[in-house]
Ligand binder design. Structure first.
Ligand code: G3H
Ligand code: ZN
Length: 289
């Protein structure tokens, strides 16, 4: 039932739109993402970080939950279950657990080691029909209260990793996870353009897609981003709604408290799908059941 994200992103590249990766952390997040994708007739990628995988009792639990939920909710749009920022070991665990897509984040290795490990995973994923995302130029974010400014990847290194046969490539263009510092310079469209010129048909991924203006995201999609990762914007919607709902102390049942939190997350997902121009694109896959 789960599909590789390779075809999704090839279609996105050809159609000049971006597929959304929405990170999941529990049943409610998963339900919000799947229901919205179905309503919007959009292909979707569910992202699972290693921490979220651990929290949800392991990758197998996650894969089984997603598959069962898709069946129960009668999801017909293409869904990829993707390891987000995977370690080398984490990649193998997810392949074993039944994920249909993985990201090997070798950005913290020296480029030669990143290349060697990525190359090995290209072979494994190809054999199993799983899509593989690689990363060049690490994507910053908040660490111990210090917010990094976001690196710009070297286009030549991007070309080198793209040529290894990965299905899509995350490249730093000044983007960071979570909040942006007040003096942040914005996304470097110049870098994106240079990477795109060298990597040609390779679909490019924008991490840290939360907290950017809609105009900035639309421009990134226009220039050549084909996958955008969203986590923090969903978190904010979830926790804000949860805080509001819990003010009513008479509410006790999770099945009364959670639905409005799910609805708040759905609003975010729906807006992003529209912004990424992926609404309705499930039609490109023909009929699925
Ligand atoms: O890999 C996950 C993301 O890049 C999400 O980043 O929390 O800024 O949306 P975000
Ligand atoms: Zn990321």
């Amino acid at each position: 039932m789960l599909v590789s994200a390779a075809e999704m992103l090839k279609k996105a590249k050809a159609g000049h739109y971006a597929v959304g990766q929405f990170n999941i952390n529990n049943l409610e997040w998963t339900k919000a993402a799947l229901l919205t994708a179905e309503e919007c007739k959009s292909p979707i990628i569910l992202g699972v970080s290693e921490g979220a995988g651990k929290y949800m009792c392991g990758f197998k639990t996650v894969a089984d939950m997603v598959k069962a939920m898709m069946e129960e909710l009668k999801i017909t749009v293409p869904v990829a279950l993707h390891l987000d920022h995977g370690t080398y070991d984490g990649c193998y665990k997810c392949i074993e657990a039944g994920f249909s897509s993985i990201m090997f984040d070798g950005s913290h290795y020296p480029i030669d080691e990143n290349v060697a490990k990525t190359k090995e995973l290209v072979e494994v994923c190809r054999e199993k029909g799983i899509s593989l995302e690689a990363e060049v130029g690490s994507i910053g974010g908040e660490e111990d209260g210090v917010v990094g400014m976001g690196e710009c990847a070297d286009p030549k290194e991007c070309k080198m990793v793209a040529d290894l046969g990965v299905d899509f490539l995350a490249a730093g263009i000044g983007n960071i996870h979570g909040k942006y510092p007040a003096n942040w310079q914005g996304l470097s469209f110049e870098t994106l353009d240079a990477i795109q010129q060298l990597t040609g048909a390779m679909p490019l991924v924008l991490h840290g897609g939360s907290n950017n203006s809609d105009e900035e995201i639309a421009e990134a999609v226009k220039i050549g981003i084909n996958k955008i990762n969203i986590s923090s914007d969903i978190k904010v919607a979830y926790y804000e709604k949860m805080r509001e709902v819990l003010k009513d102390e008479s509410l006790r049942e999770p099945n009364i408290i959670q639905p409005s939190c799910i609805a708040a997350m759905q609003k975010v997902v729906e807006h992003k799908l529209e912004l990424f121009r992926t609404t309705g694109k499930a039609a490109l896959y023909g009929r699925r059941s």
